[in-house]
Ligand binder design. Structure first.
Ligand code: 5U1
Length: 691
């Protein structure tokens, strides 16, 4: 029996050590399979000897029965809240206040990420986890011990010999971003409600009445402060030392925690944390600065329950609440009908926005978003903001409590041209069937045609494209080349009702635009092909086609088979291309473009017929610092190479730039010759000199 008790204890110690190495030190010591084997042995010994089971055993993390409710817990020391700073100036005020009151030139701060999770307090007595509670109102929270036990990185027993009689540790429970994404993917697939953000995920998981549900949503914990401590040997005198002490006791602390001196120190850390923010496995919404020395903290004291020695410097808000004024739809170049919300202006991520995308009809149905709704919108980086969630409690209702606005329905007719809107089976996107008869599609087609990567007509933006279509001056791209300065001035007069629009300025604008249109006539075949907006033909395919066929005529006459023989062109793309050139309207437009003088060098394929790389197939991958991959490709082609997009046995050389990935790996596997950027540049320089 004594042996069995000894083995049980040894297994627990081994499992705890393995967890500590994995979760706290980020340095795993055993494999998952070894961990499982130890765990199963412990489980079976405990099953045979129930008297040996203890609440701290690793087997007991999910042992508790579902509870009917959460008991309330009074915190022996209140849980603090933090003041916020939303700008560098507010941080400067905070630092200056401390400098002045302490008479210290450059106070040292402990700097940690501000986790976007749920604050909790953990209580350990004689080294054993006895209770965990939410922050609640700071004085009283809810007992969520059973759910906290399921968090594998949270120690059930403290490590080391010298553990205090009582230790309360405060910190944050967070849901890792990967877990959040996986949860939402599952919810979407099974038609359930998605989580709005990882914080809600953490809070919702911790407040599950059944700990088995909490256990199924892996959460993490980070310690960042002490509560009640009794019977400890000499305590550290600085916050940064407390973090290390907590780590030695078995608590995960943030790997990002650091210290910094004065205003510059904290602002530098803020900037660097902001840059790494997206790469962190957890959501953070700012950075916390705390005076590192406890004697200085005491000197600064508190206002209400917020310390005057600490502050949370928040990243610019990226999720905000606003109200939907109406739901509109947009018709894109390919006829895609995309719903979007027109909203009351709101500041998010440093800009004011009034529009958020709603993606498609399925997404609207999932969100059940209606006109008048209060919504939470998110703006990630520079992408168009999207509606994350409706604040259901704030939906406008009539006297009978019924929603004022009905659910949104996608239009069955195009709001611009009246053609039918259809959604093909299996497609999420609904499309206007009007084609270039639809003015919205014409505007987008024109805007695309004039784009920098297509015909590069400077000054022809979306607004001008709209005006040209609205006034019916332009029905197809070819009409652009018929325009006169007088046409444009007429258009401006018709649309511009402002009295003060100066005639001389308008004339200069019209002359410039006509000059840009004129200049665009001298182009390249690939630009024209891309600008025509053939379905699925992006910039790179347009280039491939132009180089392969050499002339517009050869491409127009190419059979499906000869199209499919081109590198990277599959059956569907080949059909799109054939279909485009077979369409009489498109033939007319092309004829008119040429008749108006649009021209490009053509003839033989542009690949050189001789040169040091003749007969060699080269693949460029990764980033180059001296030039773009396209430029490098063009230079290599001039030297006779065939430039391809994929690596195969036929590849002669792979040029691997910065962060080259799978193509480089494949080249290594196939034993293909590999050059780095320096070798490429040396080769080009040598042969440019030759040429
Ligand atoms: N990282 C961190 N988050 N956070 C939140 N530290 C930290 N400290 C807090 C709070 C509320 O309060 C301390 C002042 C104890």
């Amino acid at each position: 029996m004594k042996d069995i008790a000894g083995r049980v204890e040894a297994l627990r110690a081994q499992l705890e050590e393995a967890n500590h190495r994995y979760y706290v030190l980020d340095d795993p010591s055993i494999t998952d399979a070894e961990w499982d084997a130890l765990f199963r042995e412990l489980q079976s010994l405990e099953a045979a000897h129930p008297e040996l089971v203890s609440p701290e055993s690793p087997t007991q993390r999910v042992g508790a029965k579902p509870s009917g409710k959460f008991e309330s817990v009074t915190h022996s020391i209140p849980m603090l809240s933090l003041g916020n700073a939303f700008s560098d100036e507010e941080v400067e005020d905070f630092v200056n206040r401390i400098r002045k009151e302490l008479g210290v030139e450059a106070p040292v701060f402990s700097i940690e990420p501000k986790f976007d999770g749920l604050a909790i307090s953990l209580r350990y007595e004689h080294g054993r986890f006895v209770r965990g509670a939410t922050r609640g109102d700071g004085l009283t929270g809810e007992d969520v011990t059973a759910n906290l036990r399921t968090i594998k990185s949270l120690p059930l027993r403290l490590r080391g010999e010298a553990v205090p009689a009582v230790l309360e540790v405060r910190g944050e429970v967070v849901m890792p971003k990967a877990e959040f994404d996986a949860y939402n993917a599952r919810a979407l697939a099974s038609g359930q409600k998605v989580l709005a953000n990882p914080r809600n995920g953490a809070a919702g998981s911790l407040r599950q009445l059944d700990p088995a549900v909490t256990a199924s949503r892996p959460l993490a914990f980070f310690a960042y402060a002490l509560g009640e401590v009794e019977g400890a040997e000499a305590l550290p005198t600085r916050h940064s030392e407390v973090l290390q002490w907590l780590r030695s006791l078995g608590f995960p602390i943030s790997a990002e925690a650091t210290t910094g001196e004065g205003l510059q120190g904290v602002l530098d850390a803020f900037k660097s944390m902001g840059e790494r923010r997206d790469a962190l496995p957890f959501d953070i919404d700012g950075v916390v600065y705390k005076l590192d020395r406890f004697d200085q903290q005491r000197e600064m004291g508190f206002v209400s329950r917020a310390p005057r020695w600490a502050i949370a410097h928040k990243f610019p808000a990226q999720e905000v609440t606003t109200r939907v004024e109406s739901i509109e739809v947009n018709v894109g170049r390919t006829g895609a009908v995309t719903p979007w919300a027109l909203m009351q202006p709101v500041h998010v991520g440093g800009v004011t926005v009034t529009r958020a995308t709603l993606h498609n009809a399925d997404q609207i149905a999932r969100l059940d978003v209606r006109a008048g709704d209060a919504v939470i919108i998110r703006r990630a980086g520079d992408v168009i903001p999207e509606v994350v969630r409706v604040v259901e409690e704030a939906r406008p209702v009539d006297a009978a409590g019924m929603p004022i606005h009905p659910p949104f329905e996608m239009p069955t007719k195009c709001p611009v041209c009246g053609s039918a809107v259809e959604r093909e089976e299996g497609e999420v996107v609904a499309r206007c069937t009007g084609g270039l008869f639809c003015p919205a599609q014409r505007v987008q087609a024109l805007f695309h045609f004039a784009g920098r990567r297509a015909m590069d007509i400077e000054g022809l933006g979306e607004k001008i494209a709209e005006a040209l279509v609205e006034t019916d001056l332009v029905r197809s791209p070819a009409d652009l080349y018929r325009l006169t300065v007088e046409d444009l001035l007429d258009m401006k007069r018709r649309l511009d009702t402002r009295e003060d629009a100066k005639e001389s300025q308008a004339t200069r604008w019209a002359e410039n635009l006509i000059a840009s249109i004129d200049a665009s006539k001298n182009t390249q075949l690939e630009r024209l092909l891309f600008g025509l907006g053939i379905p699925d033909i992006g910039e790179s395919t347009a280039k491939t086609l132009a180089r392969h066929f050499g002339s517009l005529e050869a491409l127009q006459n190419a059979s499906l088979e000869s199209l499919m023989a081109v590198n990277d062109i599959g059956a569907i793309m080949a059909q799109h291309i054939r279909h485009f050139f077979d369409e009489p309207h498109n033939q007319e437009v092309l004829g008119a473009l040429l008749a108006h003088g649009v021209s490009f060098p053509e003839g033989a394929p542009q690949r050189a017929v001789e040169g040091p790389l003749l007969g060699k197939t080269v693949v460029l991958t990764g980033g180059l610092s001296a030039m773009s991959r396209d430029e490098a490709g063009a230079k290599l082609e001039q030297l006779g190479a065939k430039v391809s997009g994929s690596v195969s046995k036929k590849t002669s050389i792979v040029i691997a730039g910065e962060s080259a990935g799978s193509k480089l790996t494949k080249a290594q596997e196939l034993g293909v010759e590999i050059w780095d950027e320096t070798q490429l540049m040396t080769f080009l320089a040598a042969h440019e000199r030759d040429g």
